[in-house]
Structure formats: C-alpha cells, structure tokens
Design a protein around this ligand. Structure first.
Ligand code: ADP
Ligand code: MG
Length: 235
C-alpha cells in the first residue's frame, strides 16, 4: 500500500498576464519506509511538488492522498494538525528559532501533543544525542556552525517520530564533508524507524542515497529510477 498517492497534479501560477505551469499533470505513488529523491534542475518544479504534498500550497488540479486523507481538501486547521502528527521538515535554511536553544527548538514539535514537559525534554535530549549534539543542548543557533544547526533541525524533524519527512535541498548551504554526514544521518534514522523520506535536490551525488530517484523536468516526471545500492557500493 502506498503511503502517498499523487493523481494528475497540476499547479499553474498566474504571473502578470502570463501563466507559469510549475507542475504538469504529475501522478506518483510512494511507499512507506522508502527513501525518495526528487531530482531535477533549478526551476523544474521540485519545491512546488513538495510544498503541495505538505499542504503548504493548493493544487490547481489533481489530488494528493496521504495515509488515506485528501490533503487538497483540508482547511488550514486540519492541515496544521495533519502536519504535526505525520510530517517532519528539514529546510535548506534550517528555519530554527534564533532566540531559542537547541533543546527548546527540538522540544517545539512535542508541545502541540500535550506531552508533559519532563518527557518532552527527555525525548528532545535523546534526539540531540542521536544527531551528535550532546554538548550543544544549551546553544542558540547563532552559537553553532551551519552543520550543527542542520543537525538541530534534523533532530526537530524526527523528534515526533513522523511517518513522513520532507527535506528540500537539506544540504544546500553545507560543505561536501558535512553534506555527506547529514545524508548519512537522515537516511540512517529514517531507515531505522521505517519512515518515508523525500529529499529534493539538484545534486546527483545526493540522489544516490535514495531507493528511488524521481527525475523531474519542466514540471513533469521524466523517469523513475530504482537505485541498486549494491551496484553503487561496488563502484
Ligand atoms: P525547483 O524547486 O525545482 O527549483 P520550483 O518548484 O521552485 O522549482 O519552481 C518551478 C517553477 O514555478 C519555476 O518556473 C518558478 O519560477 C515557478 N514558481 C514557483 N513558485 C512560484 C510562485 N509563487 N509564483 C509564480 N511562479 C512560481
Ligand atoms: Mg526548490
């Protein structure tokens, strides 16, 4: 059974008197526990597709069904609740709250769940340890490197144990070594927890972490490639 189904999804933006077709009749299915990469050049429609799946934008036409719920039919309250329960986000720009410590940032997704403070902090601390930030718990984002900030945002994305994690160019601001560390980390955690991870990137090297590469071109699915991990290891 697919955890995500996308049916005939189209997104057209009006720009002045013109129309930009960002997504052109996309249909896709994604399975639980797998890692997907949306791979394509800048402007191909990757972020639009991800935002649509997260209910951050409404489609012009088509359907998005996640865990049997129609995302495109939900109102803002329903969407907010659905995201809190089911979805974690990792952004290129980390999107941490600057006045909050690492611990407070990671605790945030648990506050909505009415979990007692002591348990929230315990879970957030465990998650920060898991991403290698045991000794940065009290630091604010400005007191950490880019890689450390992205580790905090990874801890925040996973702390709720969501079924789905969306990552839009998660390593876009990081150097090569840190990029590979982050990719190892998010793919390891998502596999351990049987979560569905969807990574948006234009970087071929990053796409090799996926089980399935979905090539996006001009708002369409160009091809779908099953990655043979053993082949890559041999090379
Ligand atoms: P990618 O993430 O692959 O770089 P995007 O999904 O951001 O691409 O954009 C796809 C296309 O849609 C681009 O041509 C972009 O200019 C256009 N687009 C994206 N968002 C908007 C918007 N809010 N208004 C108008 N055009 C947009
Ligand atoms: Mg983008």
């Amino acid at each position: 059974m697919s955890i995500i189904q996308i049916k005939s999804l189209t997104k057209i933006y009006p720009v002045g008197n013109e129309k930009v077709t960002a997504l052109d009749n996309i249909s896709l299915e994604m399975e639980k526990g797998k890692i997907y990469c949306l791979l394509g050049t800048s402007g191909s429609g990757k972020s639009t597709l991800l935002n649509m799946m997260a209910g951050l934008e409404k489609p012009t036409k088509g359907q998005i069904i996640i865990k049997n719920s129609h995302i495109e039919k939900m109102n803002e309250n329903q969407l907010a609740r659905f995201r809190q329960k089911n979805i974690g986000f990792v952004f290129q720009s980390y999107n941490l709250l600057p006045a909050f410590t690492a611990l407070e940032n990671v605790t945030l997704p648990l506050i909505f769940k009415k979990i007692p403070k002591r348990i929230r902090e315990k879970r957030a601390k465990e998650m920060l340890c898991a991403v290698g930030l045991k000794d940065r718990i009290k630091h604010t984002p400005a007191q950490m490197s880019g890689g450390q900030q992205q580790r905090v945002s990874i801890a925040r994305a996973f702390v709720n144990n969501p079924d789905i994690i969306f990552a839009d160019e998660p390593t876009g601001n990081l150097d090569t070594k840190t990029t590979l560390e982050m990719m190892d980390l998010i793919t390891k955690i998502s596999k351990e927890n049987n979560q569905t991870l969807i990574i948006v990137t234009h970087d071929l090297e990053i796409s090799e972490y996926a089980d399935v590469i979905i090539h996006i071109r001009d708002g369409k699915v160009d091809s779908i490639e099953q990655v043979n991990k053993k082949m890559i290891e041999k090379i």
